[in-house]
Design a protein around this ligand. Structure first.
Ligand code: ATP
Length: 268
């Protein structure tokens, strides 16, 4: 039998708060089965928001609704709005490809383009957009590899295949690739779950740097990671957003019983 969930009213931030991305009443389904039930969330500009919750609660599905990737899945459907700087990404007037460019995504498993060098993995998005000037490409590749904290490790080996790097380096390469097309928002779906603790620490340190420039939304199963990297946390359960608040409050003083049980590790 389905459990009844008491949702905690979402507290609005007051004052001079800028939301980069706002999701309103997102309902997402696969083959008519609802995976995300009427979820609304606001994401602050230049802050990190973590999405946590047990396996299958809809975190990845919700994340993929934020850059119109959900609709690429066969038999997937969606209702609701996602506003980027106030503009609805799902409006007919907006080109989904342009939006996916503004909202970059990093996946659980590092996925560098297998036939490309380190350099081309980062430069390919710009090249596809017609940028040919070598100086510009060099600058972007260096800048993005620096932002992804990978430059010092690869600067002498840019022609080597991306796949020759370690898992953690490959993930930072994918982050550099995502940054090269100048996104405004970065979605990260468990970006460190396939990595060892040292590689994970590098990714977490990099997220702290990146949030100075980007709005970051990260799905994570790792509760310590959520407390270390995020400013805000949303706890999802059975397709619902049960509680949303400052990360410290969610972990130290949850207002909902199910949130408390989850963050204390009583289920997962
Ligand atoms: N492509 C798909 N086709 C059909 N059902 C799917 C598909 N992807 C996800 N689902 C279902 O949607 C629900 C939510 O899945 P989702 O992957 O969004 O959860 P999650 O919280 O990210 O889980 P996890 O933490 O295990 O990655 C689950 O019941 C899952 O089985």
């Amino acid at each position: 039998m389905m459990e009844t969930i008491t949702k905690v009213p979402i507290r609005e931030n007051t004052g001079d708060v800028k939301y980069k991305l706002v999701a309103e009443n997102i309902v997402a389904s696969y083959d008519g089965i609802t995976a995300v039930k009427n979820v609304s969330m606001k994401f602050r500009d230049k802050a990190v928001t973590a999405l946590i919750g047990p396996s299958g609660c809809g975190k990845t599905t919700f994340l993929r609704c934020l850059n119109r990737m959900h609709e690429l899945t066969k038999n997937a459907s969606l209702t609701g709005k996602v506003l980027l700087d106030g503009e609805d990404l799902y409006s007919n007037k907006i080109d989904p490809i342009i939006n996916r460019r503004k909202i970059g995504m990093v996946f659980q498993k590092p996925n560098p383009f297998p036939t490309m060098s380190i350099y081309d993995n980062v430069a390919c998005g710009l090249k596809l957009n017609g940028v040919k000037d070598r100086k510009i490409l060099d600058e972007v590749v260096e800048g993005c590899l620096k932002m992804a904290s990978l430059w010092d490790e690869v600067k002498g080996d840019l022609k080597k295949p991306g796949m020759s790097l370690s898992g953690g380096q490959q993930q930072r390469l994918c982050i550099a690739r995502a940054l090269a097309i100048q996104p405004e928002v970065l979605l990260m779906d468990e970006p460190a779950s396939a990595l060892d603790p040292i590689a994970t620490q590098k990714i977490e340190e990099m997220i702290q740097e990146l949030k100075k420039e980007y709005t970051i939304i990260i799905v994570t199963h790792n509760m310590q990671q959520a407390t270390r990297v995020s400013d805000y946390t949303g706890f999802m359960y059975l397709g619902d957003l049960v509680e949303f608040g400052e990360t410290k409050q969610i972990f130290e003083n949850p207002r909902n019983e199910i949130t408390a049980k989850y963050v204390q590790g009583q289920f997962g």
